[in-house]
Design a protein around this ligand. Structure first.
Ligand code: NAP
Length: 285
């Protein structure tokens, strides 16, 4: 089985590296070519464009920023679906990016029209689970394609959950990231409120982490908060995108609009490339 991988960002690099380590032959492409280096050094082959990745592979994964990026990699010049596909029939394209449910349904339809197969597989979990191969993979598409890709999902994640046709994986992902946004916003607000009343972030984080409110996320973000350093594991701009996609998909609740506004404002203040936890810098202002 020859694998193709397009999109070597914070998530794509560790995920593709794990497939390579598991012994798969891997052809990679990234728009900024220098990000291919660590993969090429580890034995991957570099392709000139997405169409060449498809020609060299039986199954191609995409892990890209947003809907526009995924659409351009599928449909753009030299894109996955741009060339004569008569000898590529039945190949499986798997999009693991977080996009709108509508985009996944669209990609499924244009891919299948050309005689290829499509599966959506967005992930829950950030860079550390991507490195450890413990992502949670949310599947939308045909069950037979899920079965075909399962051996690879078992390398990338601890579990892949089948949710229904194209769009269901993205819908679950957007609901999950809404909760993620609420957790991060709440954690930041609680730390700042406590600090205003003389409780140090160290003490407040100990209270949170040692009590029932401590969770994987609060523990993961503790060092960043204490050191006031927020290198992107999950870039804040991506959460703004996801909250916007959730709104477009019908999320209209008491907290959804203020939450989106808060992260949008942080992004406008220049924090978009930093980690989501950098929301605390924006709230401090
Ligand atoms: P990232 O570090 O920003 O990487 C984005 C990738 O998309 C890069 O390879 C970038 O190429 C490529 N790209 C962007 N626009 C493009 C275009 N127009 N044409 C071709 N390539 C393009 O993002 P990430 O953190 O890896 O996240 C990837 C996806 O997973 C996003 O949808 C995100 O919401 C989702 N996600 C992220 C996390 C996380 O914790 N980071 C967790 C779960 C899900 P360049 O290198 O050329 O810019």
């Amino acid at each position: 089985m020859k694998i193709g991988w397009i999109g070597l960002g914070n998530m794509g690099i560790p995920m593709a590296t794990n497939l390579l380590k598991a012994g798969y032959s891997l052809t990679v492409y990234n728009r900024s070519r220098e990000k291919e280096k660590s993969l090429i050094d580890a034995g991957a082959i570099s392709a000139q464009n997405p169409a060449s990745v498809l020609a060299a592979s039986d199954m191609v994964f995409t892990m890209l920023s947003n809907d526009a990026a995924v659409k351009s990699v599928f449909e753009g010049p030299d894109g996955l679906l741009s060339s004569d596909l008569s000898n590529q029939q039945g190949k499986l394209l798997i999009d693991m990016s977080t996009v709108a449910p509508e985009t996944s349904r669209y990609l499924a339809s244009i891919t299948e029209k050309q005689g290829l197969e499509f599966l959506e597989a967005p992930v829950s979990g950030s860079v550390k689970p991507a490195q450890d191969g413990t992502l949670l993979i949310l599947i939308g598409g045909k069950t037979e394609n899920h079965e075909k890709a399962k051996p690879l999902f078992e390398i990338l994640g601890k579990m892949s959950i089948y949710l229904g046709g194209p769009g269901f994986g993205s819908s679950a992902k957007l609901a999950n990231n809404y909760l993620l946004g609420l957790h991060i916003q709440g954690l930041a607000e609680a730390i700042l409120f406590a600090k205003k009343n003389g409780i140090s972030p160290e003490n407040m984080l100990t209270i949170i982490n040692e009590g029932a409110l401590g969770n994987g996320l609060s523990k993961l973000k503790t060092n960043s908060i204490l050191q006031e350093q927020f290198p992107a594991a999950f870039a804040l701009k991506h959460l703004v995108k996801d909250l916007g996609l959730a709104k477009d998909a019908g999320l209209d609740s008491v907290l959804s609009t203020p939450l989106l506004n808060s992260f949008q404002q942080a992004s406008e203040q220049g924090l978009g490339e930093e980690d989501i936890m950098a929301i605390i810098k924006s709230l401090k202002k």
